[in-house]
Design a protein around this ligand. Structure first.
Ligand SMILES: Nc1ncnc2c1ncn2[C@@H]1O[C@H](COP(=O)(O)OP(=O)(O)OP(=O)(O)O)[C@@H](O)[C@H]1O
Length: 259
């Protein structure tokens, strides 16, 4: 794995100018005519309306929009945490409707890493145990789990905290532990939902830098849901959602097609 020690300085060099997506890169996620509705009858609410777009391997994509616009709903559907009511999501050409139960869980666990604002760490367990959870779920053996967990923690410069309880970490350290957990399975895609929302701006900048270094150097596709326009501006692509619809997509605009 690539060490991330110099993440901050390298990301500062690239800040705001990282449009390096290879237009020939393979589509990793293809979303086609996706609809998602919550509730029924008078409470029926259309959260996603006929959403279609493709994300290429190695892209960094920001999904932005006002509160309630449908960003988290879209991310949950993309990450196969929730199924759309209609439409299809293809993951590397495979229609994900064909994935069910254990196979769906395995695919999600193997392909995706998750970095959420609320951390979702188990406070009274060690940092290492939190980080290796995806490997445990994948059935990886004990010594390999430990080795890979420590390698991920080293990458995030948290190896000295491996035995500490997760509750004893600072906010920035917690988010780095979450990134180590997201990385431990060598994911193809990292989904980050307001990854810096609970951090002060200096710590948030370090966490952002780590995510962009992973995208740039390890080729991990990065999909970020955020209110933060500065964070969105660092991504290759910005998709703006309003009332459940895509109203702007910088990749579409760049191709000269009306967004
Ligand atoms: N389980 C649910 N039941 C009913 N309505 C829901 C449910 N989850 C979300 N919604 C509604 O769907 C819409 C989209 O919600 P979503 O969480 O995707 O928005 P968001 O853009 O991520 O908002 P925020 O930025 O505030 O997190 C909102 O109007 C919300 O109230």
């Amino acid at each position: 794995m690539t060490p991330l020690g110099d993440a901050q300085s390298s990301a500062t060099r690239d800040s705001g100018s990282m449009n390096k997506t290879d237009p020939h890169a393979k589509p990793i996620l293809a979303v086609s005519h996706v609809n998602k509705t919550y509730g029924q009858g008078a409470n029926r609410f259309e959260a996603l309306k006929d959403i279609s777009f493709t994300i290429r391997e190695g892209e960094s994509v920001a999904i932005v929009g006002k509160s309630g616009s449908g960003k988290s709903t879209l991310m949950h559907v993309l990450a196969l945490l929730d199924a759309p009511d209609s439409g299809t999501i293809e993951l590397e050409g495979v229609d994900t409707q064909s994935l069910k139960g254990a196979k769906l869980n395995r695919t999600r666990n193997k392909t995706f890493g998750f970095v959420f604002q609320q951390f979702f760490l188990t406070g009274n367990e060690s940092v290492l145990d939190n980080v290796i959870l995806p490997l445990k779920i994948a059935g990886v053996g004990r010594s390999s789990r430990r080795e890979r967990g420590m390698a991920a923690l080293e990458q995030l410069e948290l190896d000295s905290k491996a035995k500490n309880k997760a509750s004893a970490l600072s906010g920035g350290q917690k988010q780095r532990a979450v990134i180590a957990r997201a990385l431990v399975n060598n994911p193809r895609i990292i989904f980050a939902d307001e990854p810096t929302g609970n951090l002060d701006s200096a710590t948030g900048a370090v966490v952002e830098d780590i995510l962009f270094t992973l995208n740039r150097e390890n080729g991990i596709t990065l999909i970020v849901v955020t209110h933060d326009e500065e964070l969105a501006a660092r991504c290759d692509r910005r998709i703006l959602i309003r009332d459940g619809e895509i109203v702007e997509d910088s990749a579409v605009a760049a191709q000269g097609v009306a967004a």
